[in-house]
Ligand binder design. Structure first.
Ligand SMILES: Nc1ncnc2c1ncn2[C@@H]1O[C@H](COP(=O)(O)OP(=O)(O)OP(=O)(O)O)[C@@H](O)[C@H]1O
Length: 293
């Protein structure tokens, strides 16, 4: 199977600093791939290179089978992009934003109107179609961005921190929209610094076509871990015993939860100790020695 996205030794240097450093991984069609990392890790730069907006310094990227450096127009036809900055025009109505994008992509009528209706309905904005975008909430604007990115029927959707700054309820609603799109066959790459976002969207489940979803952890421009959530937990240990040491916690990983439990039970002094299954945040702390935020 041809990968939906493939990076080989991709590097981006600003000044003398490599902000993305020798990145290699691939994403299969139908996958939701979560690129997780703290602020400044290089996530946006990676998305910008994948979507033809920023030139890489070296390496090779293929998206939907096309070379990003040599076939940027073909790549753009195959992808939908939702960047962190709100790119919708707040002085136009919801429909006008969609119409403008549809015309830019030369989608003829009546298909254009059909697709506008379809996607506004999918993101539940049909009843706001004649409202100015500046009257919408942050979550609605984000949903409009997604609807607009889907209008030209891309095969791959890129979402850069899609739920940043949104309240928990709005975030959940967006997660359902993203999951639903993936279940319809859309390949999705999303970046985030929210653990629970990656765990929910790329965690236990499979993407469409029964493709396993993967998680990449980016730190300081380098991919420091890559795998399914299960693989990452297995590599580092599925059981965790935490012990309070002053104002911090010492972590001890165990291959299985029952081994962690047995170790915990055998401790004579259990005050300030805790046993639980490991999660992505624990793995990040273990790898980098610090928290994500
Ligand atoms: N145009 C640019 N010129 C110089 N440095 C840049 C430029 N764009 C990004 N950087 C630097 O590259 C590094 C990675 O930034 P990037 O935005 O890719 O990280 P990020 O993981 O997406 O973080 P955030 O979530 O904060 O956007 C940062 O140190 C940033 O300051």
């Amino acid at each position: 199977m041809t990968a939906a996205i493939a990076l080989q030794h991709v590097t981006k240097v600003y000044g003398n600093t490599p902000v993305v450093n020798d990145l290699s991984f691939s994403i299969q069609p139908g996958e939701i791939f979560g690129l997780l990392g703290p602020n400044g890790a290089g996530k946006s730069t990676t998305i910008r290179m994948l979507t033809t907006l920023t030139q890489m310094t070296s390496g090779r990227i293929e998206v939907a089978g096309y070379d990003v450096a040599r076939q940027p127009v073909l790549v753009k036809q195959q992808i939908g992009v939702v960047l962190q900055q709100m790119s919708v025009d707040v002085d136009l109505t919801v429909w006008e934003n969609m119409e403008f994008h549809g015309r830019m992509h030369h989608i003829p009528n009546p298909r254009r109107q059909r697709e506008i209706d379809r996607w506004l309905e999918y993101v539940e904005l049909s009843d706001r179609r004649n409202d100015l975008v500046k009257t919408l909430s942050g979550g609605m604007k984000r949903r409009l961005q997604i609807a607009r990115a889907l209008l030209h029927e891309p095969r791959i959707l890129f979402l850069d921190e899609p739920t940043v700054g949104l309240d928990p309820q709005t975030r959940r609603r967006l997660w359902e929209i993203i999951k639903g799109l993936n279940q319809q066959g859309m390949t999705i790459l999303l970046t985030t610094h929210y653990m629970e976002e990656v765990e929910y969207l790329c965690g236990s489940s499979f993407g469409s076509y029964a493709v396993p979803n993967h998680i990449g952890i980016l730190d300081g421009g380098k991919l420091i871990a890559l795998g399914t959530l299960e693989e990452l937990r297995r590599q580092h240990g599925e059981g965790l015993v935490m012990k309070q040491a002053g104002d911090r916690w010492d972590y001890k990983f165990f291959p299985t939860m029952s081994e962690a439990q047995a170790f915990f039970e055998a401790q004579p002094h259990k005050a300030g100790m805790m046993v639980r299954p490991s999660n992505l945040e624990d793995i990040f702390v273990e790898l980098t020695g610090r928290n994500l935020d």
